[in-house]
Design a protein around this ligand. Structure first.
Ligand code: G3H
Ligand code: 13P
Ligand code: ZN
Length: 301
């Protein structure tokens, strides 16, 4: 199937109360492993690439790989720019063939966020590309995405923002956080904020970033095979399933796939010290990613 934008898949998710996972990829291995999970479970999937992914692999390369697999598949795939921080990077992704972009103006003053998001929406919609924006601040630190202070999304501001910008979906701050450590205690997700934002903008699918569960068993496998991950804390699995049943329609997952890949690679390298063929250890990493992605699909259905 040709790549699609996220409009129909997220509208369906909103109506039927489930969520579409958006899996971050940076390379062929993660992409192929995720696509295998999507096909085995026959589930619509959003393939996300961050600005860091664009720098690492190149927008054209990522587009070509995703298109190649999507064309041969019966599943709907969207290729989405994750956390685009400028109009220019959103345009670059759209011009390369991405079918969806996130403009992340959450670090800008409100009026600037509105102005820049509007500019991205105008260009994206003229090309049939859907746009996600962010309102409020989501905690956590990744390579190119970081926020040290949390600021929950305000429902009335969300209504004003969506009306002024015409965005297709909205990432909201509800207590999730990016990365491997989402706080010292179990994260408390503000379902009251999800409900109030949904009441204010009922037709707009909401997005949860920072939704990895950070499985303790994967951290344990990594650490018992030479790794040294000290602090880790994810979103409890039952909370992820509860978010998927709410107005949250897109659940962003990156960290869990990184952990699965690393667990597979480390296990192979330490249990088979004679192996030096990258296909062997990367292959085991891919097997672990497929298993983790399938697990996530089952949590959010
Ligand atoms: O939300 C951020 C994603 O996990 C991307 O992280 O900037 O390290 O590629 P990255
Ligand atoms: P995690 O770090 O929880 O996987 O979140 C990823 C994300 O939000 C990508 O946009
Ligand atoms: Zn994110």
């Amino acid at each position: 199937m040709p790549l699609v934008n996220t409009k129909i898949m997220l509208e369906k998710a909103l109506k039927s109360k489930y969520a579409v996972p958006a899996f971050n990829i940076n390379n062929m291995e993660t992409l192929k492993a995720v696509v295998k999970a999507s096909e085995e479970l026959k589930r619509d999937t959003i393939i996300s690439a961050s600005e860091g992914a664009l720098e690492y692999a190149g927008a054209d390369m990522l587009y070509s790989m995703v298109k190649c697999l999507a064309d041969k598949s019966k599943i709907n795939f969207a290729l989405h720019l994750d956390h685009g921080k400028s109009f220019e990077v959103c345009k670059k992704a759209i011009d390369a063939g991405f079918t969806s972009v996130m403009f992340d103006g959450s670090s800008l003053p409100y009026d600037e966020n509105v102005k820049e998001t509007k500019k991205v929406v105008k260009y994206a919609h003229s090309k049939g590309v859907t746009v996600e924006a962010e309102l409020g601040k989501i905690l956590g630190v990744e390579d190119m995405v970081s926020s040290e202070t949390e600021h929950f999304t305000d429902p009335l501001e969300a209504l004003d923002f969506v009306t002024k910008t015409g965005v297709d979906s909205l990432a909201i701050s509800i207590g999730t956080a990016h990365g491997i450590n989402k706080g010292t205690k179990k994260p408390e997700i503000r379902f009251d904020i999800i409900d109030n934002v949904h009441k204010a903008i009922p037709s707009i699918p909401l997005v949860a970033h920072g939704s990895s569960s950070v499985p303790a068993e994967l951290v344990k496998i990594i650490n018992s095979n030479g790794g040294d991950i000290k602090k880790s804390q994810g979103i409890p699995e039952e909370t992820i399933s509860k978010m998927a049943k709410s107005a949250i329609c897109k659940i962003n997952i990156d960290t869990d796939l990184r952990l699965a890949f690393t667990a597979g690679v480390r296990t192979t390298l330490s249990s088979k010290p004679d192996v030096f063929d990258p296909r062997k250890y990367l292959g085991q990493g891919m097997t672990e990613i497929t298993a983790q992605a399938k697990h996530i699909f089952n949590l959010v259905k």
